[in-house]
Ligand binder design. Structure first.
Ligand code: SF4
Length: 450
């Protein structure tokens, strides 16, 4: 099938709604591009451009840049997928089998990033179901983080004292094969009802210790901007809530969603932070970088939480290219997660040592700003634990022997016992220091110990 014929197999939806979205969208004429492109250092043509030309040549810009068109035209079955990717009969049969348990959903935009000739393509591995999801399905847990147990009211997780997580929907534009919440996919796209959201808000109002509300899903940006604003406005009106965080993969899988209407709305309710989920440098396309740029210009800081995935980003080189691309897009690499112990994801999981080795391989060789914190999110809701390479060779009260990123050994005097200083009696306390009366032989002096 020719590229043009393939492209025309996607229904092109025209109409005033689409026109309205594009007119209000971030790609309208006159918008300034990001000051420094994420692609400035790459020689090759971005994969999305060739992919779109190859697969969706018949789709006009008006539709392609319309997130609602992209969303409506997601690829959700083996029959649709085979029109775009060469799949053997066996692969198609396997795909049907897997999707009975774990459905498939890919936006045309994200599909265009896949190199169809490369079975090991890092975008493909995140989006296209593998038979290993069910053949290794006996390993892992359905809900390893025990989010259901920590739900204080339906959809609201209150695990840490000062933070609460609002799960608004299970709908996502793209079903990531490594998703921690893939158990929810089988329940078929739900959105919390107005009553359920009211109950969540009531709980947050009643708990003054909650200063940080995370709005997540599924993907909360699948809600309309107007509905999202109703919820965010209510959260912002709660006096003790200091920050709002949004967890979304839209900048990666459907960046057209980050339009000017959404950005203008978010800018009214700051501080709003946005955490997204780039896993590979091939995802940092000009469109994705522009979406992040729009958020940043609206006063919404963007952080990235990637997941360490076998065959996708499990090497120092892949991670270095990812984090350097993120910094070029002005996105801070925040967390690198060990892939959770979720049923249906075992084939994508790596030994913990791989993550520690990657952090060690990057530290010193690229900016510290680029290095995310590698964490395990503990089962049973135990919380996140950071894992670091061990640079301490030995430690005494007086000295640490440390190795640097090149393996060179250094001695570092530990000042702990030399922090004893003397201050006159009655001196103002210094924050963080304990004043302990000591036997100094001098009645009008006390010692300060850190
Ligand atoms: S965007 Fe997040 S919640 Fe949605 S499928 Fe991907 S990992 Fe899961």
């Amino acid at each position: 099938m020719s590229a043009r014929t393939r492209g025309s197999s996607i229904p092109v939806v025209a109409g005033s709604e689409e026109t309205g979205v594009v007119a209000g969208g971030g790609n309208e004429a006159g918008e300034k591009p990001p000051s420094k492109s994420a692609f400035d250092n790459l020689d090759e043509e971005p994969p999305g451009i060739t992919g779109r030309r190859r697969l969706f040549a018949g789709v006009p810009d008006k539709c392609w840049n319309d997130w609602k068109w992209q969303f409506r035209n997601r690829i959700t079955s083996a029959e649709q997928l085979v029109k775009f990717l060469p799949l053997s009969d066996e692969e198609q049969a396997q795909l049907r089998l897997v999707t009975e348990l774990y459905p498939l959903s890919i936006t045309p935009y994200y599909l265009s990033l896949i190199d169809p000739q490369d079975p090991e393509d890092p975008v493909r591995k995140q989006a296209i179901p593998s038979i290993l999801e069910i053949s290794m399905g006996c390993l892992g847990m359905e809900d390893p983080l025990e989010e259901k147990r920590h739900s204080v009211v339906k959809g609201l997780v209150h695990r840490y004292p000062d933070r609460a997580l609002m799960v608004l929907t299970d709908i996502c534009p793209m079903f990531c094969r490594h998703c921690t919440r893939k158990r929810e996919w089988q329940n078929g796209g739900w959105v919390r009802t107005a009553e359920e959201i009211s109950a969540m808000l009531r709980y947050i109002r009643q708990h003054e210790e909650i200063r940080d509300v995370i709005i997540s899903g599924g993907d909360p940006l699948t809600l309309s901007t107007a509905r999202l604003e109703e919820i965010i406005r209510e959260v912002r009106a709660i006096e003790h809530v200091e920050i709002i965080r949004i967890g979304t993969r839209f900048p990666v899988v459907l960046p057209q969603r980050i339009d000017s209407a959404l950005c203008a709305m978010l800018s009214k309710y700051g501080p709003v932070w946005l955490n997204t989920h780039f896993n590979h440098v091939n995802e940092i396309t000009p469109e994705a970088a522009a979406a992040c740029d729009r958020l940043l210009r609206s006063g919404v800081p963007v952080n990235n939480q990637s997941v360490l995935l076998r065959g996708v980003n499990d090497s120092v080189q892949a991670q270095t290219r990812l984090v350097q691309g993120l910094l070029r897009a002005k996105v801070r690499p925040y967390y690198l997660f060990q892939c959770d112990e979720v049923q249906g994801t075992e084939h994508l999981r790596t030994p913990v040592e791989v993550g520690v080795g990657i952090i060690e391989g990057m530290r010193g060789y690229t900016s510290g700003l680029a290095i995310p914190t590698f964490v395990i999110d503990l089962p049973q809701g135990g919380g996140k634990v950071p894992l670091l390479p061990d640079y301490v060779i030995s430690r005494t009260e007086e000295e640490l022997v440390l190795r640097n990123y090149q393996g060179k050994v250094f001695h570092f005097r530990n000042p702990r016992h030399h922090m004893l200083v003397e201050a006159p009696v009655g001196a103002a306390p210094i924050s963080g220091f304990n004043f302990e009366p000591q036997e100094t032989g001098n009645e009008d002096r006390i010692s300060i110990r850190s």
